[in-house]
Design a protein around this ligand. Structure first.
Ligand SMILES: Nc1ncnc2c1ncn2[C@@H]1O[C@H](COP(=O)(O)OP(=O)(O)OP(=O)(O)O)[C@@H](O)[C@H]1O
Length: 240
Protein backbone atom coordinates (compact mmCIF):
# COMPACT_ATOMS: atom_id res chain seq x y z
CA UNK A 1 0.00 0.00 0.00
CA UNK A 2 2.89 2.32 0.80
CA UNK A 3 6.61 1.93 1.08
CA UNK A 4 10.07 3.22 0.39
CA UNK A 5 12.65 2.05 -2.13
CA UNK A 6 16.39 2.53 -1.71
CA UNK A 7 15.75 5.35 0.73
CA UNK A 8 18.74 7.25 2.10
CA UNK A 9 18.24 10.17 4.49
CA UNK A 10 21.04 12.45 5.65
CA UNK A 11 20.99 15.28 8.17
CA UNK A 12 23.93 17.34 7.00
CA UNK A 13 26.93 15.01 6.90
CA UNK A 14 25.22 12.37 9.08
CA UNK A 15 23.45 9.43 7.44
CA UNK A 16 20.35 8.51 9.47
CA UNK A 17 19.07 5.83 7.09
CA UNK A 18 20.82 4.08 4.25
CA UNK A 19 19.36 2.29 1.25
CA UNK A 20 16.17 1.21 3.04
CA UNK A 21 13.46 -0.63 1.12
CA UNK A 22 10.28 -1.73 2.87
CA UNK A 23 6.55 -2.04 2.11
CA UNK A 24 3.56 -1.67 4.40
CA UNK A 25 0.32 -3.37 3.37
CA UNK A 26 -3.37 -2.68 3.92
CA UNK A 27 -4.79 -4.95 6.63
CA UNK A 28 -1.41 -5.27 8.28
CA UNK A 29 -0.16 -3.99 11.65
CA UNK A 30 3.57 -3.28 11.30
CA UNK A 31 6.15 -2.32 13.92
CA UNK A 32 9.40 -0.50 13.18
CA UNK A 33 11.84 -1.47 15.93
CA UNK A 34 15.38 -0.45 16.75
CA UNK A 35 17.59 1.29 19.33
CA UNK A 36 17.76 5.05 19.95
CA UNK A 37 18.98 6.98 16.95
CA UNK A 38 18.41 4.03 14.58
CA UNK A 39 16.42 6.07 12.06
CA UNK A 40 12.93 4.83 12.99
CA UNK A 41 11.30 8.27 13.25
CA UNK A 42 13.19 9.31 10.15
CA UNK A 43 11.59 6.46 8.21
CA UNK A 44 8.13 7.37 9.50
CA UNK A 45 8.59 11.09 8.79
CA UNK A 46 9.72 10.28 5.26
CA UNK A 47 6.51 8.31 4.68
CA UNK A 48 4.46 11.23 6.03
CA UNK A 49 6.35 13.66 3.78
CA UNK A 50 7.88 15.70 6.57
CA UNK A 51 11.46 15.47 5.34
CA UNK A 52 12.43 17.40 2.24
CA UNK A 53 14.05 15.66 -0.73
CA UNK A 54 15.09 12.26 0.58
CA UNK A 55 17.19 10.16 -1.81
CA UNK A 56 15.21 7.21 -3.16
CA UNK A 57 11.47 6.84 -3.58
CA UNK A 58 8.35 6.85 -1.42
CA UNK A 59 5.66 4.82 -3.13
CA UNK A 60 1.88 4.67 -2.70
CA UNK A 61 -0.23 2.11 -4.51
CA UNK A 62 -2.94 3.33 -6.84
CA UNK A 63 -5.98 4.69 -5.05
CA UNK A 64 -3.84 5.77 -2.11
CA UNK A 65 -1.56 8.15 -3.89
CA UNK A 66 -2.59 11.18 -1.85
CA UNK A 67 -0.90 11.87 1.44
CA UNK A 68 -4.35 13.00 2.65
CA UNK A 69 -4.99 9.29 3.35
CA UNK A 70 -2.38 9.42 6.14
CA UNK A 71 -3.17 9.88 9.81
CA UNK A 72 0.10 10.61 11.60
CA UNK A 73 0.55 10.52 15.37
CA UNK A 74 3.88 12.13 16.33
CA UNK A 75 5.75 11.44 19.56
CA UNK A 76 3.70 12.84 22.44
CA UNK A 77 6.59 14.88 23.87
CA UNK A 78 7.08 16.77 20.62
CA UNK A 79 3.64 18.40 20.92
CA UNK A 80 2.68 21.61 22.75
CA UNK A 81 0.27 20.46 25.45
CA UNK A 82 -0.09 24.04 26.74
CA UNK A 83 -2.08 24.92 23.62
CA UNK A 84 -5.46 26.16 24.94
CA UNK A 85 -7.85 23.53 23.59
CA UNK A 86 -10.13 20.92 25.12
CA UNK A 87 -10.02 17.18 24.51
CA UNK A 88 -13.03 17.59 22.19
CA UNK A 89 -11.27 20.34 20.17
CA UNK A 90 -8.09 18.26 19.91
CA UNK A 91 -10.03 15.31 18.47
CA UNK A 92 -11.97 17.64 16.15
CA UNK A 93 -8.62 18.74 14.69
CA UNK A 94 -8.58 15.32 13.03
CA UNK A 95 -11.66 16.49 11.10
CA UNK A 96 -10.57 20.07 10.39
CA UNK A 97 -7.30 18.69 9.03
CA UNK A 98 -9.46 16.88 6.47
CA UNK A 99 -12.05 19.58 5.84
CA UNK A 100 -9.70 22.53 5.68
CA UNK A 101 -9.90 25.34 8.22
CA UNK A 102 -12.56 27.28 6.35
CA UNK A 103 -15.29 24.64 6.49
CA UNK A 104 -17.26 24.45 9.70
CA UNK A 105 -17.61 20.89 11.06
CA UNK A 106 -21.10 19.48 10.57
CA UNK A 107 -23.26 16.98 12.44
CA UNK A 108 -21.46 14.03 10.80
CA UNK A 109 -18.07 15.37 11.93
CA UNK A 110 -19.35 15.78 15.49
CA UNK A 111 -20.65 12.21 15.46
CA UNK A 112 -17.30 10.89 14.18
CA UNK A 113 -15.45 12.78 16.94
CA UNK A 114 -17.86 11.50 19.59
CA UNK A 115 -17.37 7.92 18.39
CA UNK A 116 -13.57 8.34 18.36
CA UNK A 117 -13.53 9.73 21.91
CA UNK A 118 -15.75 6.89 23.11
CA UNK A 119 -13.66 4.25 21.38
CA UNK A 120 -10.49 5.56 23.04
CA UNK A 121 -12.17 5.95 26.44
CA UNK A 122 -11.80 9.73 26.86
CA UNK A 123 -15.33 10.93 26.03
CA UNK A 124 -15.94 11.77 29.71
CA UNK A 125 -12.88 14.05 29.60
CA UNK A 126 -14.08 15.95 26.52
CA UNK A 127 -14.40 19.36 28.21
CA UNK A 128 -11.05 19.14 29.94
CA UNK A 129 -8.04 21.17 28.79
CA UNK A 130 -5.44 18.93 27.12
CA UNK A 131 -2.73 20.33 29.41
CA UNK A 132 -4.55 18.80 32.41
CA UNK A 133 -4.28 15.20 31.19
CA UNK A 134 -1.99 12.36 32.26
CA UNK A 135 0.45 10.80 29.76
CA UNK A 136 -1.83 7.85 29.06
CA UNK A 137 -4.87 10.12 28.61
CA UNK A 138 -2.88 12.30 26.19
CA UNK A 139 -1.97 9.25 24.14
CA UNK A 140 -5.65 8.27 24.00
CA UNK A 141 -6.56 11.77 22.78
CA UNK A 142 -3.92 11.52 20.04
CA UNK A 143 -5.46 8.23 18.98
CA UNK A 144 -8.95 9.77 19.03
CA UNK A 145 -7.71 12.54 16.73
CA UNK A 146 -6.18 9.90 14.47
CA UNK A 147 -9.44 7.88 14.35
CA UNK A 148 -11.46 11.04 13.67
CA UNK A 149 -9.35 11.69 10.61
CA UNK A 150 -10.45 8.35 9.12
CA UNK A 151 -7.25 7.89 7.12
CA UNK A 152 -6.33 4.61 5.43
CA UNK A 153 -2.70 4.77 6.53
CA UNK A 154 -2.12 5.13 10.26
CA UNK A 155 1.44 6.02 11.20
CA UNK A 156 2.32 6.31 14.90
CA UNK A 157 5.60 7.29 16.53
CA UNK A 158 6.07 5.52 19.87
CA UNK A 159 2.41 5.37 20.95
CA UNK A 160 3.30 3.18 23.97
CA UNK A 161 5.71 5.61 25.63
CA UNK A 162 4.57 6.69 29.11
CA UNK A 163 1.48 4.49 28.98
CA UNK A 164 0.56 1.98 31.72
CA UNK A 165 0.07 -1.74 31.01
CA UNK A 166 -3.75 -1.60 30.91
CA UNK A 167 -3.77 1.37 28.52
CA UNK A 168 -1.15 -0.34 26.35
CA UNK A 169 -3.51 -3.27 25.94
CA UNK A 170 -6.37 -0.92 24.98
CA UNK A 171 -4.23 0.97 22.46
CA UNK A 172 -2.76 -2.16 20.89
CA UNK A 173 -6.22 -3.76 20.62
CA UNK A 174 -7.55 -0.62 19.00
CA UNK A 175 -4.73 -0.48 16.45
CA UNK A 176 -5.02 -4.21 15.71
CA UNK A 177 -8.75 -3.67 15.03
CA UNK A 178 -7.94 -0.84 12.61
CA UNK A 179 -5.61 -3.16 10.67
CA UNK A 180 -8.22 -5.91 10.71
CA UNK A 181 -10.65 -3.40 9.15
CA UNK A 182 -8.28 -3.05 6.20
CA UNK A 183 -6.11 -0.11 7.17
CA UNK A 184 -2.33 -0.10 7.04
CA UNK A 185 -1.10 0.53 10.59
CA UNK A 186 2.59 1.28 11.19
CA UNK A 187 4.05 2.10 14.60
CA UNK A 188 7.53 2.91 15.79
CA UNK A 189 8.24 1.24 19.11
CA UNK A 190 11.00 0.11 21.46
CA UNK A 191 8.73 -2.59 22.83
CA UNK A 192 9.68 -5.84 21.11
CA UNK A 193 7.32 -7.94 23.19
CA UNK A 194 4.23 -5.87 22.45
CA UNK A 195 5.19 -5.77 18.78
CA UNK A 196 5.59 -9.53 18.67
CA UNK A 197 2.22 -10.07 20.35
CA UNK A 198 0.12 -7.67 18.29
CA UNK A 199 1.83 -7.07 14.95
CA UNK A 200 1.97 -9.35 11.93
CA UNK A 201 4.89 -7.49 10.35
CA UNK A 202 8.14 -6.43 12.02
CA UNK A 203 10.88 -4.25 10.57
CA UNK A 204 14.16 -4.15 12.49
CA UNK A 205 16.13 -1.00 11.77
CA UNK A 206 19.56 0.25 12.70
CA UNK A 207 20.50 2.86 10.10
CA UNK A 208 19.54 0.22 7.54
CA UNK A 209 16.81 -2.39 7.41
CA UNK A 210 18.24 -5.39 9.26
CA UNK A 211 15.21 -7.67 8.91
CA UNK A 212 11.69 -7.40 7.50
CA UNK A 213 8.95 -10.04 7.69
CA UNK A 214 6.57 -11.87 10.02
CA UNK A 215 7.47 -12.03 13.75
CA UNK A 216 8.50 -15.68 13.26
CA UNK A 217 10.85 -14.75 10.40
CA UNK A 218 12.32 -11.67 12.05
CA UNK A 219 12.57 -12.52 15.73
CA UNK A 220 15.86 -14.45 15.75
CA UNK A 221 18.81 -14.02 18.09
CA UNK A 222 21.02 -13.08 15.18
CA UNK A 223 18.66 -10.33 14.00
CA UNK A 224 18.09 -8.95 17.50
CA UNK A 225 21.84 -8.81 18.14
CA UNK A 226 22.51 -7.17 14.79
CA UNK A 227 19.88 -4.54 15.59
CA UNK A 228 20.61 -3.76 19.22
CA UNK A 229 24.35 -4.43 19.76
CA UNK A 230 25.23 -0.95 18.55
CA UNK A 231 28.61 0.62 18.97
CA UNK A 232 29.02 2.35 22.35
CA UNK A 233 32.32 4.12 23.05
CA UNK A 234 33.83 2.03 20.28
CA UNK A 235 32.69 -1.36 21.65
CA UNK A 236 29.63 -3.43 20.85
CA UNK A 237 27.52 -4.86 23.68
CA UNK A 238 28.65 -8.29 22.55
CA UNK A 239 32.29 -7.32 23.19
CA UNK A 240 31.59 -5.60 26.52
N1 LIG B 1 16.51 17.23 12.60
C1 LIG B 1 17.66 16.54 12.75
N2 LIG B 1 18.85 17.11 12.53
C2 LIG B 1 20.02 16.44 12.66
N3 LIG B 1 20.09 15.15 13.00
C3 LIG B 1 18.93 14.50 13.23
C4 LIG B 1 17.66 15.15 13.12
N4 LIG B 1 16.69 14.26 13.40
C5 LIG B 1 17.32 13.11 13.68
N5 LIG B 1 18.67 13.24 13.58
C6 LIG B 1 19.67 12.19 13.79
O1 LIG B 1 19.39 11.12 12.91
C7 LIG B 1 19.55 9.87 13.57
C8 LIG B 1 18.23 9.09 13.51
O2 LIG B 1 17.25 9.79 14.25
P1 LIG B 1 15.77 9.24 14.47
O3 LIG B 1 15.03 10.28 15.26
O4 LIG B 1 15.22 8.83 13.18
O5 LIG B 1 16.05 7.96 15.35
P2 LIG B 1 15.03 7.01 16.15
O6 LIG B 1 15.36 5.62 15.78
O7 LIG B 1 13.64 7.45 15.94
O8 LIG B 1 15.51 7.30 17.65
P3 LIG B 1 14.74 7.30 19.07
O9 LIG B 1 14.39 5.90 19.38
O10 LIG B 1 15.80 7.85 20.00
O11 LIG B 1 13.55 8.23 18.94
C9 LIG B 1 20.01 10.18 14.99
O12 LIG B 1 21.39 10.04 15.05
C10 LIG B 1 19.57 11.62 15.20
O13 LIG B 1 20.45 12.28 16.07
Amino acid sequence: MLGVENLTVKYGPQTALENASVRFEAGSFSAIIGPNGAGKSTLLKTLVGLLPDPEGAVRFDEGHSARSCISYVPQQQTLDWGFPVTVWDAAMMGRTGRLGWLRWPGRKDRQIVEDALKETGVFDLRTRHIGALSGGQRQRVLLARMLARQGHLLLLDEPLTGVDAATQETLMGLLRAQADRGRAVVMVTHDLEQARRWCDHLVLVNRRVIADGTPEQVYTTQNIEATFSTSFLGHTHAEA
